[in-house]
Design a protein around this ligand. Structure first.
Ligand code: SF4
Length: 288
């Protein structure tokens, strides 16, 4: 076989759950005039957002909440900030929260430490919606860092007790470095490894295929942090990898002197997009 799809490529449990909750609501309200909104991208995948919009979902931002007629409001799998949920409730929206249970677990840990003397550190990408929501669940008491270089910003002393929570899709390698450094600078360090198992399993599957092929194609939304991490993981492991969002981005020159191709996809990539990419690559290889 010249093109192989890695095990665990594509939708993870949390994304499948969020899409199925949203689809169920939309399908059961086809005859209703009540508007159904999605706050932000339910997952970082444009094809899935388009599919839900075709079923009647209206994508809105937090700023739109006050401008639109209240209705059902679907919140994303990455979680939403508490103040946004409260604001939507006050404006009479009915909340359908599709937050992934693994993300929810990190939010609960974050919330549990608000009243404690621990300094709360969230390891993750500051601009990622999941991290913004986590920060809100810490009562904005947490500090966010995304790399070892940012640790000095925490101003830690050996009198500090620190609790660390991590974005579910964060790089394991970088997380290890960060917790090691923080442990050396503080009195007590409590680490909650909230990196999701789906990430480990997807990487394992991608690695196993990467060892057998000449080039890897990683499929996922341009805004998808976990897809980017997956691509970087393959590159850092010494494999040739390209990230694409749509099959149309594939060009012949990516496959010069290539005999075998591996495909994987981020947690928010539908399998039908991955299958389409596979067919497209097979056509390119056959046409040479
Ligand atoms: S990657 Fe993990 S934490 Fe994120 S939505 Fe999927 S299952 Fe949940």
């Amino acid at each position: 076989m010249s093109v192989e799809i890695a095990e665990r490529a594509g939708f993870c449990f949390g994304v499948k759950r969020a899409i199925s909750m949203a689809t169920e609501i939309l399908d059961s309200h086809q005859d209703s005039t009540e508007p159904i909104y999605i706050l932000g991208e339910i997952i970082h995948n444009p094809q899935t957002v388009e599919m839900l919009e075709k079923k009647g979902a209206i994508s809105i931002t937090e700023e739109d909440l006050e401008k639109v007629e209240p209705g059902k409001l679907i919140l994303r799998s990455h979680g939403a900030p508490l103040e946004v949920i409260e604001k939507a409730k006050k404006l009479n929206f009915e909340i359908i929260n599709t937050v992934c249970p693994f993300v929810k677990k990190a939010q609960i840990i974050s919330n549990k430490h608000i009243e404690s003397d621990y300094k709360i550190v969230i390891v993750g990408k500051k601009e990622h919606p999941e991290v913004k929501a986590l920060l809100s669940h810490s009562g904005f008491k947490a500090q966010v860092i995304g790399s070892v270089e940012e640790i000095p910003n925490l101003n830690l002393t050996t009198d500090d007790d620190v609790v660390i929570i991590v974005q579910t899709t964060f790089s394991v390698r970088e997380f290890k470095n960060i917790i090691g450094e923080i442990a050396l600078l503080s009195r007590e360090t409590k680490v909650y490894n909230t990196i999701c198992n789906a990430t480990f399993r997807r990487r394992k599957g991608a690695l196993s295929v990467a060892q057998k092929v000449d080039v890897n194609i990683v499929v996922g939304g341009k805004n998808s942090s976990n897809t980017r991490e997956l691509t970087n993981f393959l590159k850092d492991s010494g494999f040739l990898a390209y990230q694409i969002e749509r099959p149309e981005e594939l060009t012949k020159d990516l496959f010069t002197q290539v005999k075998k191709v591996g495909i994987t996809g981020g947690a928010s990539t539908p399998m039908w997009v991955i299958e389409k990419v596979k067919i497209c690559i097979e056509n390119i290889l056959d046409s040479r």
